[in-house]
Design a protein around this ligand. Structure first.
Ligand code: FES
Ligand SMILES: [Fe+2]
Length: 398
């Protein structure tokens, strides 16, 4: 592990470099853009409420945000060994993430090129070949068509009949995919995060528990709720009330932001309890801070010395999606006495906190539908949201 101290990180938030101020957007008025980007009377606004329920806006975001940026689909060890795979789905596109015999991870469109049946049933497993359940055409783990059942087709070139593939990158153990073959590589865009996470060895964290659930809200709300600690005062009041002021933004990049909280007067800001139940071998590297990292538009994570908790979204409709909230733990944590019970406890806390967030997101989605929603306020204790809103809005103004 590296020894970079968090205090070395720039303490003043940096503005996003992208600064697109030409309007011409059919989606936002000049006034709305001003309220989000610059604020009025010193206070900024969230995105207009219709961004969370309007189908036209959602469809625009699918084509211009979600299909143009890197989307997290899981962790490296969800398909750890050659032949391991798991399925996911984005905007109706069936996708299979598979580790080939060459140990490379790939993202394939999970559709047979015969008559477009879904090839791999929803779920996970290990296989040597993918066999379509309809007429048994077979595909290699690289997506290439290997065999046509019953009778070959003279003159038919199997090479032109592969399952389409998407871009895939693994960053710090998180698997990201991108529908845009021309998209900028992800890792260089996250260089600035090295100072924040360098000491954690996050790429080696191994998966622990998870909860899967259907979200009855717009995908942005999952991200936004994890991207501020101000809601500790309401949503998580029973366990974290009175801690919101301990958190603040510490660094921003073009497509990411980080905020963190420090314990104060013996009162901790840890969402899942003070992590004293594990101590790394090298106590110098024990970090008392709780760090939240947002990588736009899809990954929100909570990180401390021994554990990362993150949300993966399977995008479906404007206000209905599927999501997974999951834990991964530092490799050394698995060897600690009583690790199984301690991890079970942490997973239980994760589920408890997610239930509270679920309740708040459902409630928020209901309120957003009101036709009286004309002016919102971003509180200074959730100021990092404005960096994210600015990033989202930039996709409408290009
Ligand atoms: S649709 Fe897959 S083999 Fe026919
Ligand atoms: Fe929360």
């Amino acid at each position: 592990m590296g020894n970079t101290k968090l205090s070395m990180i720039q303490s003043e938030p940096v503005q996003a470099k992208t600064d697109v101020r030409t309007n011409g957007s059919p989606y936002f008025s000049e006034q709305e853009i001003k309220e989000v980007r610059d604020g009025v009377d010193g206070l900024k606004s969230m995105l207009p409420a219709r961004c969370y329920y309007d189908n036209d806006i959602y469809n625009y975001e699918v084509e211009n945000i979600l299909k143009k940026n890197w989307l997290c689909v899981g962790r490296w060890d969800w398909a750890e060994n050659p032949g391991d795979y798991f399925t996911t789905r984005m905007f109706g596109e069936p996708i299979v993430i598979v580790r080939g015999q060459d140990s490379e991870l790939r993202a394939l469109i999970n559709v047979c090129q015969h008559r477009w049946a879904q090839v791999v049933p929803d779920g996970s497993g290990n296989t040597k070949l993918f066999v379509c359940p309809f007429h048994s055409w077979t595909y290699g783990l690289d997506g290439q068509l290997r065999g046509i059942a019953a009778r070959s087709l003279p003159g038919f070139d199997k090479k032109n009949c592969s399952m389409p593939s998407l871009r895939l990158e693994v960053w710090e153990g998180f698997i990201f995919i991108n529908f845009d073959q021309e998209a900028k590589p992800l890792a260089p865009q996250l260089e600035g995060l090295k100072d924040v996470i360098g000491r954690h060895g996050l790429s080696e964290y191994r998966s622990g528990g998870r909860v899967e659930y259907e979200t009855q809200w717009n995908y942005k709300l999952s991200f936004e709720t994890g991207y501020e600690a101000y809601h500790h005062e309401g949503c998580h009041k029973s366990i974290l009330g009175g801690t919101a002021h301990q958190y603040g933004p510490i660094a921003f990049g073009d497509i990411w932001g980080v905020y963190a909280g420090e314990p104060e007067d013996g009162r901790h800001a840890y969402p899942f309890g003070k992590p004293s139940w594990f101590t790394p071998d090298d106590e110098e590297n024990f970090d008392e801070k709780s760090i939240f990292i947002g990588i736009y538009p899809s990954l929100i994570t909570y990180l401390n010395t021994h554990q990362v908790t993150f949300i993966v979204t399977e995008y479906d409709e404007v206000s209905r999606n599927r999501a997974i909230t999951a834990n991964a733990f530092a490799p050394w944590a698995f060897g600690r006495p009583g690790a199984d019970d301690l991890m079970k406890e942490q997973n239980g806390r994760m589920a408890f906190v997610q239930d509270q967030d679920t309740s708040c997101c459902q409630n928020l989605q209901k309120g957003l539908r009101s036709s009286y929603n004309t002016k919102s306020v971003v509180h200074p204790l959730e100021s990092q949201l404005s960096h994210y809103y600015n990033w989202v809005m930039g996709h409408y103004l290009k």
